[in-house]
Design a protein around this ligand. Structure first.
Ligand code: AMP
Length: 215
């Protein structure tokens, strides 16, 4: 069994690569952002508590986020943590949680991308709320103009608006980027240039994890 963390600023492609590994290699993706957005959609208590925080691009409390993650995992699978941990305190919590179960993080893949491309990837991101298809108006536009191929309207995440993106990147630098050194010290961090095509990046990820990954 294997536990991998995908690290990197918003917009570097963590979710896209995770979905490829889910499809091709049977990993389970734990995207805390996706889980929280689903809670908002359901209008659950957690959803109500976090929606303003997310829309402003700030971090949800460790208490909520650690709960969400531990509720989700049973650890007998290959996991990709996508968007978690985002703070040293969360990383320490996760280490402790895994250790109690005789597990550990095997690799942390850190995706690197220039800020101007990050901003285009975020501001251009669109999703079909009906079939879930992802598009990007700059890099992967829908052949059906501003509609999905299924004919439904595409929507933009509230926190992908330019004024919120600035804050998300500030929060990343301040709270999340220190995790790079945290995992470098444990000798499990690997860096990947995220400016290339999806297939190339996925190939690099598989190269890194292959020695320990039986598939
Ligand atoms: P994402 O989809 O990963 O970009 O996450 C969207 C938003 O959900 C973030 O901007 C935060 O507000 C919240 N969020 C997701 N993961 C975490 C986390 N590990 N810690 C705190 N907040 C989080």
């Amino acid at each position: 069994m294997m536990n991998i963390i995908f690290l990197g600023a918003p917009g570097v492609g963590k979710g896209t690569y995770a979905k490829e590994l889910v499809e091709k290699y049977g990993f389970i993706q734990i995207s805390t952002g996706d889980i929280l957005r689903a809670e908002i959609k359901k209008n659950s208590n957690i959803g109500k508590e976090v929606s303003k925080i997310i829309n402003e691009g700030n971090l949800v409390s460790d208490e909520i986020i650690n709960q969400v993650v531990t509720n989700f995992i049973d650890l007998d699978k290959n996991y990709i943590f996508d968007g978690y941990p985002r703070k040293i305190s969360q990383a320490e919590f996760l280490d402790g949680f895994l250790k109690d179960k005789g597990k550990a993080i095997d690799y942390v893949i850190c995706f690197e991308l220039d800020r101007d491309i990050i901003i285009k990837r975020l501001t251009g991101r669109r999703k079909c709320s009906v079939c879930g298809n992802d598009y990007n108006v700059y890099f992967n536009p829908s052949p059906n103009n501003d509609k999905c191929v299924c004919g439904s309207v595409l929507s933009q995440r509230n926190d992908d608006k330019e004024e919120v993106i600035d804050n998300r990147l500030i929060v990343y630098e301040k709270d999340t980027a220190p995790l790079i050194e945290y995992y470098e010290k444990k000798d499990i961090l690997r860096k990947i240039d995220s400016s290339r095509g999806i297939d190339n990046v996925v190939k690099d990820i598989v190269e890194i994890i292959k020695p320990d990954f039986v598939h």
